[in-house]
Design a protein around this ligand. Structure first.
Ligand code: NAP
Length: 238
């Protein structure tokens, strides 16, 4: 299947992995819609490099803002063929000290917004020719990390959400997940170094490698659904 001319919305598409996904989609000829929250300058840069892609701002903690964004995308393009649910948050807490607000900070975006973006996308797709959704989960949704229990739970939720929505919306919408391993963009620290050392591939991954897996799902027929690909150098196999 070709992505030429397909309309694909990437949440958190301004920077880091989301930017790599947006650029890879544009290189395949897709019409990319780039969502951003705060990173307007980076979003403009990515949009320029995607050949003048339109930008859509929304605070994903707000369901009305999510719904307004999908209305804007549908109005702009007249359709939506695919959604890449990439936006997320990452924090570290001792589970004994985490407070309700810290928990909600993660779950409101990682799990709740992922669901409501998928719902808004599905409402458009089901009124047309169907489509594809790829949810970016995490190695942390597959393996337990003691100081990231709240984050791991949110990403394990994304993995189960992927399977449940694949069942709910088959055969019209394929819903799959990509679980990145260690994909650093900032200065390295002891935790990252430890994880890289434990990775069978003996190196970190790149945004381009995550994008490769996203493209695999988006270019597949909808017969491939409810599946997960870990882009983690084999780390989840240990
Ligand atoms: N990097 C890794 O090593 C790694 C490993 C495993 C999984 N992942 C997953 O891969 C995906 C991308 O990760 P990343 O490290 O590239 O980026 P990231 O820093 O985790 O976040 C991606 C984007 O999410 C957006 N976002 C967060 N909260 C938002 C909100 N309330 N409203 C609107 N936008 C919001 C931000 O957009 P703005 O900047 O525009 O506000 C941010 O740039 C995430 O799902 C992450 O969990 C990453």
């Amino acid at each position: 299947m070709t992505l030429e001319g397909k309309v694909v919305l990437v949440t958190g598409g301004a920077r880091r992995i989301g930017r790599s996904i947006a650029l890879a989609l544009a290189a395949e000829g897709a019409k990319v819609a780039i969502h951003y929250g705060c990173s307007e300058a980076e979003a403009r840069q990515t949009a320029d490099e995607c050949g003048g892609a339109p930008l859509f701002r929304a605070n994903l903690e707000s369901i009305p803002e999510i719904r307004a964004m999908f209305d804007q995308v549908a109005t702009h393009f007249g359709t939506l063929d695919a959604l890449v649910n990439n936006a997320a948050r990452f924090t570290q807490f001792d589970p004994l000290t985490i407070e309700e607000a810290d928990w909600d900070h993660i779950h409101s975006v990682n799990l709740k917004a992922t669901f409501f973006c998928a719902q808004a996308a599905a409402r458009i797709m089901l009124s047309r020719e169907g489509g594809h959704i790829v949810n970016i989960s995490s190695l942390g949704g597959l393996r337990p990390w003691a100081r990231h229990a709240h984050y791991c739970a949110s990403k394990a939720g994304v993995i189960m959400l992927t399977k449940a929505l694949a069942k709910a919306w088959a055969p019209h919408i394929a819903v799959n997940s990509v679980a990145p391993g260690v994909i650093p963009f900032d200065k390295s620290d002891a935790r990252i170094e430890r994880l890289i050392k434990a990775t069978p591939a003996r190196r970190e991954g790149t945004g381009e490698e995550v994008a490769e897996a996203v493209l695999f799902f988006l270019k597949s027929t909808r017969f491939t659904t409810g599946q997960l690909v870990a882009v983690d150098g084999g780390l989840s196999q240990l």
